[in-house]
Design a protein around this ligand. Sequence first.
Ligand code: AMP
Length: 141
Amino acid sequence: MERNIEKKDSNILIIGCGRLGASIANSLSNRNKNVTIIDINKDSFRKLSPSFGGLALEGDATNIDILKEAQIEKSSVVVSVTNNDNTNIMLVQMAKEMFSVDKVITRLYDPERESVIKEFEVDIIFPSILSANEVDKILSM
Ligand code: AMP
C-alpha cells in the first residue's frame, strides 16, 4: 500500500501570508494538515479563509524567536514565500542549517539567485520561468 511520506500530525510552516502563502495555507488546512503561518503584517491574515484551522503568527520570520514560537523544530515542511528573495534565501538557510528541516520549498523572483542556495536540498519555484513556459505552451498550440 502506498503511504503518505508526510507524517500525519507533523507541522507545516508557511512564511508569508500573501497571495501564494495564503492559498497554500487554505488548501492544506482544508486537507486537515497542521498549518502554522507567519506574516510580518497582520492585515495579510485577511487572505486566510474563514475555515482556516491553523495558527497565524504576526512577526518577522527572520527573527529566531518567532520561528521557535512557530515550532519550526517540529515542522517537517517549511514553505518560505515572502515577497523578498533575500528574506527567502535567509529563511531557507536557517531552516536547513539551524533547524534541520527535512523539506524546504521557496519562491525566488530572480532565477539567478538559485546559485546562492544550490548547496541546500531545497525545492525552488521561479514564477518568471513558470509563466514563460506557459506562454510558450499557449503560443505553440
Ligand atoms: P505576496 O507578495 O502577495 O506573495 O506576499 C508576500 C507576503 O510576505 C506579504 O504578506 C508580506 O507581509 C510577507 N513578508 C515579507 N517579509 C516578511 C518577513 N520577514 N516575515 C514574515 N512575512 C513577511
